[in-house]
Design a protein around this ligand. Structure first.
Ligand code: ZN
Length: 314
């Protein structure tokens, strides 16, 4: 989650992030031997709503269709974290008719989409190429199988529950998650586990706390989660894993910690949310195939984490 996401592209591809719905060539059958394969964009929107209802989005958020005709046919869908120009170009080159991104392209009031601005160039590139853009943001955070659910699952958490209940959702829906490791481990080993499950990005993983302290109860929030410290403390978590932790919220949380807990693990915003993409692609693919559609779904291989390198002591 994050209301103020901006879009800056990095040049590097991520190792091992290419989640492919199938081979790039040949998976879309020719029209003569397939009575039903493409879906319309409108049908795609219904499938997306089934998985990540817009009613789950936070009130400040902007989710849903950004560009595209509901009647347009869709045979290829790409998932990405950020609707940067590099990502849009990747989707266009692959031939996607729909790009689904976690972060909104447009969050604030817009008075121009002239191609002289970065956002305007993105809008032009989408419309001129016939590529629809759909945002699944805090509805994708909150839903079952959403961003923090996937993060919790990847970390091996059990008995997972939301940190905050969704205003319009089920008890298992909401922002952030908290759950327990099967066995206690040291904070150092846990941080290594976090590092191991995330795509590699320049910033790595930062940790605050006793490296040898034992941890078991883990709170997570994909994206920027520094608004949830009260909920994290109430959950009795030993560790809080989130992104974009700034000095003052982090420092004050450490001052308020009881017995040193919750320790903090600060990860890349992009990396923490990227994990959701393959899971989301698989979930959407299942819904569409149940409906008789044969749609190629792929995850973007563009690393849109804005940071490129880091210097550390030693
Ligand atoms: Zn985010």
């Amino acid at each position: 989650m994050e209301p103020e996401d901006t879009d800056v592209t990095g040049p590097d591809n991520i190792d091992g992030v290419n989640q492919d719905g199938g081979n790039r060539e040949g998976i879309v059958p020719s029209s003569e031997d397939t009575p039903q394969q493409a879906a319309t964009l409108g049908e795609l929107l219904l499938a997306v709503e089934e998985l990540w209802p817009e009613s789950l989005a936070e009130s400040w958020d902007e989710v849903g269709l950004v560009a595209g005709h509901p009647s347009a046919p869709v045979t290829k869908v790409m998932f990405a974290v950020d609707p940067t120009l590099e990502v849009i170009d990747e989707a266009v080159k692959w031939g996607a008719q729909l790009l689904i991104t976690h972060h909104p392209l447009l969050m604030k009031g817009v008075t121009t989409v002239a191609a002289t601005t970065p956002k305007g160039r993105a809008v032009h590139r989408l419309i001129e190429s016939g590529t629809a853009l759909l945002t699944v943001h805090t509805n994708g955070d909150s839903a079952v199988g959403g961003v923090s659910d996937v993060l919790a699952d990847a970390l091996g958490l059990q008995d997972v529950a939301p940190l905050t209940m969704a205003a319009n959702g089920l008890p298992e829906e909401g922002i952030g998650r908290v759950g327990d490791l099967a066995d206690a481990m040291t904070l150092g080993d846990f941080a290594a586990r976090v590092f191991g499950i995330l795509p590699s990005v320049a910033g790595g993983v930062r940790v605050s706390g006793d490296k040898d302290g034992l941890v078991r109860r883990i709170a997570v929030c994909g994206g920027a989660g520094d608004s949830l410290f009260d909920e994290v403390r109430a959950s009795n978590a030993d560790v809080y894993v989130t992104a974009d932790l700034r000095h003052h919220p982090a420092s004050e949380a450490r001052e308020a910690a009881l017995n040193g807990r919750p320790y903090l693990v600060d990860v890349s915003h992009f990396a923490s949310e990227w994990l959701w993409l393959p899971a989301a692609a698989a979930a959407l693919g299942n819904v569409l195939s149940d409906q008789g559609h044969d749609i190629e779904i792929q995850v973007s291989t563009t690393n849109s984490d804005p940071w490129d390198f880091i210097l550390t002591p030693g």
